[in-house]
Write a protein that binds this ligand. Structure first.
Ligand code: PFF
Length: 453
């Protein structure tokens, strides 16, 4: 296996390595924390169906577009656009992606830090006899306090930086290769336990029997934002990882596999959580506290629940780490290329910058709660701006760039690896149509709705 590709860049070592790294990025807090509570807040199965439609009609073509940009240019987010369109000012799209990842990593590291605290709590069997109110106040006391969340954020970000500093193959790929299968096995185990609880059927019905009366325009926005967040779209991640992919890889296959892996994980997370929530007669619409309040309560009541809690929070942490390393890599790759920095120097600088922003996010839930921008705390603002604004704008521009600027010939060339892979014309035509018309129209309509309603 060759170590480097044509531009002397690092690269992933195998197709499996690329897939686990991509799936590792996609599967994260978005699947285990955000997806279940959004499903709960937006009425269950109807939300899931809309989400699935977005993943397949928009998610896969957009993922593919980012792949095309990254692999064709073999460069980090901003450089990629400059290389592919040297006479035009497309570089700002890459810059937006870097800004988006900066916002994501800042709050992601805080929530990852909560995962660390909850893993420690589960090792101490802290949930075993606590009531629902106790657990709610345990979570709010912890998340709004000053020091412990800051320490946890620091530990989480340090581990992320420690993996990224080892590079693409030795750090990101090796970590994901070991941890993704572990994560999969743990989540399947928990889902089976939850599905076999007496009364769990109501949770299954909630996940799979749509109630359309709950659906309105906000459901579509939430589902689209979640599809983007979960597939890591519009954030430059697939461009960056795509730039480490060699020219002989089948990028359409990899895109479909990544989207499938991410969706399957989200559904497994739903099956691990909702049946248990219903079996214990809890409302599914608990919001962001679902995983940190409701689940610990359930773990406290289940036979062997203390051990399941350990496994769950360990899984949450693994999922968060395989994603946070990808978000950091987008920023690192750009910093290394833009400022000609060594990887180590780039990692240290980015670590420091994100650490400060993450501290602000964490404190904004407690001591700095009064600091609001457009009515939102810094934490909520970063979450909203990244998932509901920047990722959508980034995705829109990427689609526009590939479908209208690079064009069908370049797309055909990348999908078939210069004519060596056989891909039916109708597949390419359909993807091209989705990219040219459907994806931009859907994103624009949903964004307009968001701003006017
Ligand atoms: N897809 C990740 C998740 O679902 O948790 C979040 C994410 C990772 C977003 C990487 C953006 C990104 F570049």
């Amino acid at each position: 296996m060759k170590k480097e590709n044509n531009n002397g860049r690092e690269s992933f070592s195998s197709s499996f390595g690329i897939l686990v790294a991509l799936a590792g990025s996609a599967v994260g807090l978005g699947n285990l924390w955000r997806f279940p509570y959004l499903v709960g807040e937006n009425g269950g199965a109807a939300f899931i169906l809309i989400y699935l439609a977005f993943v397949f009609l928009l998610g896969i073509p957009i993922l593919l577009s980012e792949f095309i940009i990254g692999r064709r240019s073999q460069a980090s987010a901003r450089k990629a656009f400059q290389i592919l369109a040297p006479d035009e000012n497309w570089g700002f799209v890459g810059l937006l992606a870097v800004i988006c990842c900066t916002l994501i990593l800042s709050f992601y590291s805080v929530v990852g830090g909560w995962g660390i605290e909850y893993l420690v709590k589960s090792f101490k069997f802290d949930f075993t006899s606590a009531s629902d109110e106790n657990l709610a106040s345990m979570f709010s006391t912890f998340s709004t306090s000053t020091w412990t969340p800051l320490i946890c954020h620091t530990v989480f970000l340090s581990v992320t930086a420690g993996i990224v500093v080892s590079g693409v193959k030795k750090g990101i790929e090796s970590f994901s290769k070991v941890m993704m299968p572990v994560l999969f096995v743990i989540m399947i185990g928990i889902a089976i336990r939850s599905l076999t609880l007496p009364g769990g059927e109501a949770g299954v019905a909630y996940l799979f029997k749509p109630d359309w009366s709950e659906v309105d325009g906000h459901t579509f926005l939430a589902a689209l934002g979640q599809a983007f967040f979960s597939l890591s779209l519009g954030s430059g991640m697939v461009i960056t990882y795509g730039s480490y992919v060699k020219k002989h890889e089948h990028i359409l296959k990899l895109s479909v596999e990544t989207a499938l892996a991410d969706t399957i994980f989200a559904l497994i997370a739903g099956c691990a959580i909702m049946p248990a929530v219903f079996a214990f007669g809890i409302s599914p619409g608990e919001g962001p506290g679902l995983v940190f309040i409701t689940l610990p309560y359930i773990f406290g009541k289940l036979p062997m629940g203390g051990y399941i809690a350990i496994l769950f929070f360990f899984a949450l942490l693994l999922a968060a780490l395989t994603s946070s390393i990808s978000v950091m890599e987008v920023i690192i790759a750009s910093a290394m290329e833009e400022f000609k920095l060594k990887r180590k120097t780039a990692v240290i600088s980015v670590f420091l910058g994100i650490w400060v922003l993450g501290c602000l996010c964490s404190l904004s839930l407690g001591p700095l709660n009064e600091w609001k921008v457009v009515g939102k705390t810094i934490f909520d603002l970063f979450d909203y701006l990244s998932a509901n604004v920047l990722m959508l704008i980034g995705g829109l521009l990427v689609v526009f760039f590939v479908a209208w600027k690079l064009g069908k010939k370049a797309m055909h060339d990348e999908l078939t690896n210069g004519g060596t892979l056989k891909i039916p014309n109708w597949v390419i035509d359909t993807l091209y149509f989705l990219l040219r018309f459907i994806a931009p129209a859907a994103i624009v309509i949903i964004m307009i709705f968001q701003y006017v309603s």
